[in-house]
Design a protein around this ligand. Structure first.
Ligand SMILES: Nc1ncnc2c1ncn2[C@@H]1O[C@H](COP(=O)(O)OP(=O)(O)O)[C@@H](O)[C@H]1O
Ligand SMILES: [Mg+2]
Length: 342
């Protein structure tokens, strides 16, 4: 585009793991690896010429209200995905923004709520005949039993977690004893109900999409497990995602999916668009999928507002599709500004 778009006042909203103040200086934190996404987004916003301020919140929404009244942002760039150290509250932060009536980036509260609960999203999608693994939910305090029709091997996961928290090779269970032990472990150590799913063998694919009525999908990414022996389960465990040494040892690599038949690739993209709409997503998201040996696409999970760091799958996919990082951030901000909520 040749004409200059209006520059925006953007409030970048972060979460913090301890109480904060209105004008807290986060420059030290922003230099660390943990704050990479926030730093990448802030730099892009500034590079784009937007007037940018930030606020990190822990458990005090009144700070946010004060900040909005003082700064009067055009749009909130929402990078807050927990409240009071609880990741299940991301949807509530967004609900507050919706009620307040301020435009914000990313997905609305309904989409966040449906995706956070790994059982509800699968029920909706299976109703619409999208392949989803069979599963059972085992709530805390309930007797731990496996329904006879749920077949091994099974993957035991926290019902409402992210980033592979609570997922290790021990999550993959092959008998009732292991099943009980792992479910109990998640109940106790992760303070979470459990979703136990039939394990789907296949390639691990990630598809990034953004938009609403007009929806754009980006090239398909894959996590490959080069040095993992063929008979071992291939799972994006916590270590597989975040431990560089472990990734090196087992030959784990995130890359663009190679050698996908074009009809299969098209089917994956179409399926992901349907999933996005069925789950009422309206900002940006990344789908986690499994592709079986006979090219069936299984839904594993939808991630509304996936990690936006410049070197993560979402941004890399966008860049491959011709949307470099600052433009991606600009588009997300402007899309947020335009989206009707509530
Ligand atoms: N039913 C399943 N079959 C095969 N692999 C699975 C299944 N569920 C999860 N996984 C593996 O575990 C990883 C993490 O599970 P996921 O539901 O995406 O949790 P998170 O929200 O922590 O990313 C997936 O990327 C995949 O590698
Ligand atoms: Mg996932």
């Amino acid at each position: 585009m040749t004409h200059q778009k209006k520059k925006l006042k953007v409030l970048a909203l972060f979460d913090a793991i301890a109480p904060t103040t209105l004008d807290q200086d986060l420059s030290e934190e922003l230099l660390t690896e943990d704050w990479k996404t926030e730093t990448n987004v802030l730099s892009a916003l500034r590079e784009l010429g937007h007037t940018t301020e930030y606020l990190a919140i822990f458990d005090n929404l009144d700070l946010l209200r004060q900040k909005m009244e003082g700064f009067q942002p055009d749009v909130i760039f929402n990078l807050a995905d927990q409240f009071k150290n609880n990741r299940a509250f991301d949807q509530n932060i967004v609900s507050f923004l919706e009620m307040y009536g301020v435009p914000f980036t990313g997905c609305g509260s309904t989409g966040l709520t449906l995706c956070k609960h790994k059982g509800i999203s699968k029920k909706i999608l299976s109703y619409h005949r999208i392949h989803t693994p069979a599963f059972v939910i085992v709530a805390r305090g309930k007797r731990i039993t496996r329904p006879a029709k749920l077949r091994f091997p099974i993957l035991v996961k926290p019902l409402k977690e992210e980033a592979s928290l609570g997922i290790s090779q021990a999550s993959f269970v092959s008998n009732d004893e292991q099943f009980k032990e792992r479910v109990q472990f998640i109940h106790d150590k992760y303070a979470n109900d459990v979703i136990a799913e039939e394990y789907i063998h296949g390639r691990e694919l990630y598809v990034s999409l953004m938009g609403d009525l007009r929806l754009q999908e980006f090239p398909i990414r894959e996590l490959v497990f080069k040095e993992v022996p063929p008979d071992e389960p291939k799972i994006a465990t916590f270590k597989a995602k975040w431990d560089d040494e472990y990734r090196e040892r087992w030959g784990l690599k995130n890359q663009f999916a190679e050698d996908l038949d074009s009809a299969v690739a098209r089917n994956i993209q179409q399926t992901c668009k349907r999933i996005y709409r069925l789950l009422t997503l309206d900002g940006y998201a990344r789908m986690d999928l499994r592709l079986t040996a006979n090219n069936e696409v299984y839904f594993i999970e939808a991630n509304p507002n996936p990690i936006l760091a410049a070197d993560e799958d979402f941004a890399l996919s966008a860049a491959k599709a011709g949307v470099p990082y600052p433009q991606l951030i600009d588009r997300i901000a402007r899309h947020g500004l335009r989206t009707e909520r509530g």
